[in-house]
Design a protein around this ligand. Structure first.
Ligand code: PMV
Length: 328
């Protein structure tokens, strides 16, 4: 009745931005990401505890944070088809939370896989991806490693909206993602609220959906060919388009800080000098730089020179995996 799973976060190369169903977390468009190692979240789930207890990153979860975890475990109970009793959950990550990195992605992917295992359900990546999606959309792409594509699906019940692995972590092992932390603060507008504003008020939203959907197969092709330059260009334009959609919302939403802009503008100069480095940016101020193994040290130095207070160098990461050592 107890299981522990370690999962990695992922960074979207083609972003998910906007839900067509808020309750089930169904997206308007497909997206594509790379799972990132070595950073990870470890989560232990035990059913049959005295009462429901949720501890996230060293504090007792309350309110909506706690509710989201317990709702996901309710869905596990339904899948198990039996009374599993109250649950105890302890989760710990090793990277800055809520700073534009999808920490919730690794957290909910680990929770979904651990929840199913603790309930005695068989390993099933599709079922785990759907479960993880209901905790946080991007989490459905962290159940597996490498490059994962979240297919938007058509069904109202969301059973065809999950992520599949297109290439494993070994496919492009010298690809590097350098997370440049220019701001350690909690983000002001959570992605959930930011994307809702874009869906409801941005005049560019329909164009965003059409464009992002079309970029997914292009990105897949470039990953197959390991074409860093063309993939870098695609990532930058997709990030700019996501952020433009929200800049045009009412009220407008800008996730970029002056340091974000300083760094990403500087990348053009680097490319002129022959350094292959591009950026992507989630719902926060911290850019993630895309480069190769030969240039990751240079990319880190550029990030620091442009004001990054911390840098995390990442490589393609693997699947969410069961561990034999538990957190309690
Ligand atoms: O799944 P959420 O609610 O963390 O939203 C993720 C949104 C972005 O990180 C901006 C894009 C993405 O596809 O991960």
């Amino acid at each position: 009745m107890k299981a522990t799973v370690r999962a990695h976060p992922n960074i979207a190369l083609v972003k998910y931005w906007g839900k067509r169903d808020e309750a089930l977390i169904l997206p308007h468009q497909s997206s594509l990401s790379l799972t990132l190692a070595p950073i990870h979240v470890t989560t232990t789930v035990e059913f049959g505890a005295g009462s429901d207890q949720v501890e996230l990153h060293g504090h007792v979860a309350k309110g909506s944070e706690r509710d989201r975890v317990l709702r996901l475990l309710d869905a596990v109970r339904v899948q198990a088809g039996r009374d599993l009793g109250p649950a105890k959950v302890v989760s710990r990550g090793d990277f800055p939370m809520a700073a534009g990195l999808a920490s919730s992605a690794a957290g909910f992917a680990a929770l979904a896989v651990a929840g199913r295992a603790a309930a005695g359900l068989p390993s099933d990546t599709r079922a785990s991806s759907i479960l993880a999606r209901r905790g946080s959309g991007s989490a459905c792409r962290s159940v597996q490693g490498g490059f994962c594509e979240w297919m938007r699906g058509e069904r109202e019940d969301g059973e065809d909206s999950y992520a599949v692995q297109r290439f494993d972590a070994g496919h492009w092992s010298d690809l590097r993602m350098v997370v440049a932390i220019v701001d350690r603060g909690e983000k002001e507008v959570k992605s959930r609220d930011g994307m809702k504003g874009a869906v409801e008020t941005s005049p560019y939203y329909a164009a965003w959906v059409k464009d992002a959907e079309a970029e997914v197969p292009r990105a897949r092709e470039l990953i197959a060919k390991k074409d860093l330059e063309a993939l870098g260009e695609l990532c930058e334009r997709n990030a700019w388009r996501m952020h433009s959609t929200s800049l045009a919302a009412d009220p407008p939403l800008c996730y970029l800080s002056p340091a974000t802009l300083g760094l990403i503008q500087n990348l053009r100069e680097q490319r002129k000098k022959g350094v292959p480095v591009w950026f992507t940016l989630d719902a926060g101020p911290n850019p993630v730089l895309l480069t190769d193994a030969a240039h990751e040290v240079t990319a880190e130095a550029v990030a620091r020179a442009c004001g990054a207070v911390d840098v995390v160098r990442c490589v393609p990461g693997g699947d969410a995996t069961l561990l034999t050592e538990h957190l309690f």
